[in-house]
Design a protein around this ligand. Sequence first.
Ligand code: ADP
Ligand code: MG
Length: 296
Amino acid sequence: ATMPPLLAAIATAGRHGVLVKSAAVMEQLGTTTRVAFDKTGTLTRGTPEVAEIHVLPGTALTDDAVLRLAAAAEHGSEHPLAEAIVRAARQRGLGLPDAVNFTSEPGRGVSATVDGHAIRIGSPTALLATPAADRAVAVEVATQQSRGHTAVVVVCDGCPVAVLGITDHDRPESAATVARLTESTGTSPVLLTGDSHTTASHLATRVGITDLRTDLLPEDKVTAIRTLQSGGDRITMVGDGINDAPALATAHVGIAMGPTASDLTLQTADAVVVRDDLSTIPTVIALSRRARRLVI
Ligand code: ADP
Ligand code: MG
């Protein structure tokens, strides 16, 4: 007997490096009208680097002292930005003290006590209640973002002490993948990110995405998907972080990106890109469409 088309398509997807979890998912993929992408780790490689450490005026700490406190506080986080901060401290040969009372808020940042100091690190929107309250911080955040860097604020005992500028590299296949989605499969991409509009625009321009929705908390990504769906769109969402799991669950099809995706994301997703290659997304949509034509 010949294999049913959807099962054959699952086998082919597997050879391309995508694990599709069921025939129902394989069938749904072909109905996608828009593909929603997370930014960090999905359109970018997800191995960011600390490019700049800007210690704020009036702070009695050196670059190294700030980096050491920040890295100690981030040690318990698996976020790519946390890994970048810990790597930067190691590269400078800084020994990391133990942190206590570590807490992490997806989409916002982390906090911990290091050497008796209450350290918080995270997004400017989460940490600066009124950005205008401290002009020096707001100006430096804007400067970093205008360079395309992700700006992260370091707060020590309630006072902002530094702004870090963090860079990431685009995946080499991101631009071609976006082009192929638009041109061959007719599905228009949309970018959903917790990062700022200014920072995300740099990447969006390079990869060719014109619809970007920024400054989103994990729950806002869910709302963004629901909004698109209520307009009649069928959404395939691609993401890698813990913060993407609720959005992956809400989308018609949720795809976890890469073997480095968090465990929760791998479990929640309907499909997993096991080969670390984003260009497999238009491939599986096309495979599904072909299989559907044979089934129906
Ligand atoms: P994305 O949608 O791009 O994957 P996230 O939702 O994970 O981004 O994070 C959004 C923002 O929250 C980041 O740009 C950063 O400012 C902040 N953030 C989240 N986790 C951390 C962390 N561990 N350390 C510092 N900042 C963080
Ligand atoms: Mg991500």
